[in-house]
Design a protein around this ligand. Sequence first.
Ligand SMILES: Cc1cc2nc3c(=O)[nH]c(=O)nc-3n(C[C@H](O)[C@H](O)[C@H](O)COP(=O)(O)OP(=O)(O)OC[C@H]3O[C@@H](n4cnc5c(N)ncnc54)[C@H](O)[C@@H]3O)c2cc1C
Length: 502
Amino acid sequence: MFLAWRKVPTVLVERHPGSSPHPRAIGFTPRTLELFRAVGLGSRIPQAPPDFRLRRARVESLAGKWFEESSWTPEDPQASPIEYSPCSGAALAQDRLEPILRDKAIALGADIRLETELIRFEQDADGVTVWLRERNGREYTMRAAYVIAADGHRSPIREALGIGRQGRGTMRVVRSVLFRAPLEKYLEAGVSQFQIEQPGLSAFLTTYGDGRWVLMFSDDEERDEPTLRTLVSKAIGRSDLEIELITTGRWELSALIADRFSAGRVFLAGDAAHTLPPNRGGYGANTGIDDAHNLAWKLSAVLSGASTPQLLDTYDAERRPIAWLRHQQIFVRTDYKAEAAGTAADAKIIDDAAMEFGQLYRSAAVLGTSDDLPPAQRPDQWAGQPGTRAPHLWISKGGERLSTLDLLQRSWVLLAEDERWAPAATLAARQLGLPLESLRIGADVRPSDPEALHKAFGLGAGGASLIRPDGYVAWRSSELPADPLRALTDALGQVSFAARRS
Ligand SMILES: Cc1cc2nc3c(=O)[nH]c(=O)nc-3n(C[C@H](O)[C@H](O)[C@H](O)COP(=O)(O)OP(=O)(O)OC[C@H]3O[C@@H](n4cnc5c(N)ncnc54)[C@H](O)[C@@H]3O)c2cc1C
């Protein structure tokens, strides 16, 4: 979807006819919703109230005794009341979200081929040849400039490339039992995740919010349907309800990060690049969606001829540390601490707003970072630091109330107040052959609080912020330099890997 939105001709092959019968993810985070908003899906995905908090309780069973609640991140007494995003998260089952994304991708021109398996690929200096097989047995080849291996945690493509993985490793085999039952009354207290603890059953129970529930527990044996029904009834604490078993399956709970996120013209994304245990931070599907978003603008810039292929090296440089940061955050927190096996010994819990909106990219596509900066902070702490997502503030543009984030993503953006930046931007864009939109604070963009905007972006009256097409700050000049054109051309040429510059 992100590639098609950037007008990159895209073919997606999926060996199955549709989404997995087991929905898996349910929590999509505000940052993911920001990315969906940017491609025009804002109104298609129902969002949770802004103050929504995923609540989990330890219970004997749903109908039995409820013990204590546990939080994912300890409450921060100094938590800031700042509104960090125009979006809140969404509680939507993955099999309900995927068709929305698929339809949007098709509407944008993506060629989606279901029931088509990639069986082999070969890459050379100019492209990748893939061998595809349809379910009816027909085989054919296709030639692509690049391939994204979003082929899941077992990733046959990653394996064929010989890319290893590191991390906590495989922890155990988990069984999921998806069922439908009339249990709405147990959600009235606002808790939607339940850690079941009773003699003979230690399990996790949650709802997909649409009448479907899933029970998960460690399991290394085959079980027949009556046994599964008994376990579901034990978790509910009642045997008088009608339960429809929808599907069951076993999967490996693992935490593994690929050693490289690319090899030549092939890029790993999603679980192929990093599988992380399901967690309340939403570090599974959401991290993968962010990979795809990071890669899409880079591929689009390279394929359009604006940037040199070296820009693509920054994908691994930016996304692999994020996968590791999330791996560490999972094992330093209460839910998985006991299973960390020493993997996150040096890690400290980072607050949720920092993880969600304030992760730092350090790469050659950013100027002005250093090794001593923390891996994530809240946007108000960063104050427009290059390498972080541009902050959200409400502004008015042409009479319309927008988020600063709504101004981004279509091209490079230069945000500045001083009138000398606009001509510099026009000339720099022309010299480098890049799309660059110049937005003047106070004229094109009217903040409700000009001082707050300057502060959020870390700009003095003469300063400017250069924002990448993925909404990340690439470079900043806090004040007006002696030669704005030169400063901007140098910076933009470097961070964009402008093809005309090299
Ligand atoms: C029980 C459970 C609960 C979870 N809950 C959450 C949650 O609440 N929030 C969250 O963020 N994440 C959650 N996750 C994780 C999330 O589901 C995964 O991170 C996400 O599905 C990964 O997406 P992906 O596209 O990378 O891989 P997948 O969803 O695994 O998709 C890979 C696809 O590639 C296809 N494929 C593989 N090989 C080929 C081939 N050779 N040719 C054609 N097609 C191929 C497969 O058929 C598959 O459809 C959960 C996971 C589990 C197991």
